[in-house]
Write a new protein. Structure first.
Length: 136
């Protein structure tokens, strides 16, 4: 209930914390999406760049090819993938750049192409970014 009534962003001291949403790139763009960021390493099939309605493509914070291929979207490998991807995010020097850059936005929507919405890397990324914003 609290999440439903909170404002677009939470102020923590002088720091603004964006609300981070996730959405499949194949869903229609909406005004409420705010700043739209594609977070897949590969461009999604069937989407023309001019029709993607993205503000940024942050492929450098997507899972590495090595762990993405090893995971292969096989649900039984999800727990191992989550750990490995979180470890990659902790070591990724680009994270602080994006945190700084995106904090000016009230809403950020992370876009992804995976069909399995329960086992998509974007869930790990969303949780990690929210944690990073709260710890700043």
């Amino acid at each position: 209930m609290l999440k439903q009534i909170k404002s677009y962003f939470v102020e923590h001291d002088t720091m603004k914390i964006p609300e981070i949403h996730i959405k499949r790139i194949y869903e229609a763009a909406e005004t409420k999406d705010g700043f739209r960021v594609l977070v897949d390493r590969l461009w999604p099939r069937g989407i023309k760049k001019e029709n993607a309605h993205i503000d940024e493509w942050a492929k450098d914070i997507a899972p590495s090819t090595e762990i993405r291929v090893a995971y292969g979207h096989i649900p039984e490998r999800w727990e191992k993938f989550k750990k490995e991807y979180t470890d990659e995010l902790r070591q990724n020097e680009n994270i602080s750049h994006y945190l700084d850059k995106w904090e000016e936005h009230k809403v950020i929507t992370l876009l992804y192409a995976a069909k399995d919405e329960k086992h998509a890397h974007v869930l790990v990324l969303q949780k990690y970014l929210e944690k990073c914003y709260k710890e700043r």
